[in-house]
Design a protein around this ligand. Structure first.
Ligand code: SAM
Length: 302
């Protein structure tokens, strides 16, 4: 699809052209780095949902290009994954695949193991937008949960996870999930992200697996966590709530009905998940405390 004159007037669009970035999205990652210093000292990274590759270009230019010697270059490992193929980028290993599929996740994990875990996982995942708000949000959140589950498998302790999030009714629930694994958590809207867009970025740092948690690839559309908990007899893995973003798709509203999409008003599905977890004695108390904190904070219930 051709670019509109509105795109061409956009400062970041023009700057991306001038500086040779494949997409204006490059500035979103650059702005996250300016605000949080996420690239400092990083040699091993994973770029999920990477095509056409502007975030991978940022990683290549910031982490690979400054290397002076072959040994320094060999120490840099950056894996980029997308459904679509993309033109090669210096210092980037490409994998083509669906990040919600076990086989793709395992291929990524295969590149990192033992002492060689990743220090940074980034994900700019977005589905093909349908215009049906609940559906787009649901699909985007599936990508985010898939990315989080891959991050729990490949990140070293202390590592960082940055991912796009479509803000909406389930933001508080997803936020609580991330705070299980990361000591520091923030949601950031870079100046290069269009104000009209519902996207923002979660910036999670200081990764730390809960004691007893078994890192695993989960299919966010299935109830794998509950199954694993039953299989292992361990409650620890139940800190990730079975994935429900905006209820099932059968519950989509009448498109003519004007519905609030404000993140300050939980829909009944969100309330349902919250109540179900809080009333379920098998969820760890520590998890319930975090969930309540995030729920109260984001919905400003005193
Ligand atoms: N960060 C990229 C850049 O800077 O060039 C832009 C990413 S673009 C906004 C979103 C990407 O998500 C698309 O390339 C799309 O193919 C990818 N994507 C969507 N669903 C995916 C999935 N299930 N697995 C892998 N990639 C996916």
């Amino acid at each position: 699809m051709g670019k509109t004159s509105k795109d061409k007037r956009d400062i970041y669009y023009r700057q991306a052209k001038e500086e040779g970035w494949r997409a204006r999205s490059a500035f979103k990652l650059l702005h996250v780095d300016e605000a949080y210093g996420i690239l400092k000292g990083v040699q091993r990274a994973v770029d999920l949902c990477a095509a056409p590759g502007s975030w991978s270009q940022v990683l290549s230019r910031k982490l690979y290009d400054p290397c002076q010697t072959d040994d320094e270059k060999a120490a840099v490992k950056i894996i980029a994954v997308d459904l679509q193929a993309m033109a090669p980028i210096r210092g980037i290993i490409q994998l083509q695949g669906d990040i919600t599929k076990q086989s793709t996740a395992e291929a990524i994990i295969g590149h990192f193991g033992g002492d060689e875990k990743a220090q940074l996982v980034v994900c700019d995942g977005a589905p093909d937008v349908t215009g049906v708000h609940e559906m787009d949000e649901y699909m985007q959140h599936q990508l985010l949960v898939a990315a989080l589950s891959i991050a729990t498998c490949v990140l070293e302790t202390g590592g960082t996870f940055v991912a796009k999030i479509f803000k909406g009714n389930a933001t508080w629930l997803l936020s609580s999930q991330m705070q299980i694994f990361f000591k520091k958590f923030d949601i950031y809207k870079p100046p290069s992200s269009r104000p009209s867009s519902i996207e923002a970025f979660v910036v999670c740092s200081d990764f730390c697996l809960p004691v007893g948690y078994i890192p695993q690839v989960i299919n966010p559309a299935r109830d794998d966590i509950r199954l694993l908990a039953e299989k292992t007899g361990s409650d620890v893995n139940r800190r990730l709530v079975p994935f429900i973003a905006c209820g099932d798709l059968g519950g989509l509203s009448d498109p003519d009905e004007v519905k609030s999409t404000s993140s300050e008003e939980p829909n009944s599905d969100v309330q349902y998940v919250y109540d179900a977890v809080m009333n379920d004695a098998s969820y760890p108390l520590e998890f319930k405390e975090i969930l309540k904190e995030v729920y109260d904070e984001q919905l400003q219930i005193s």
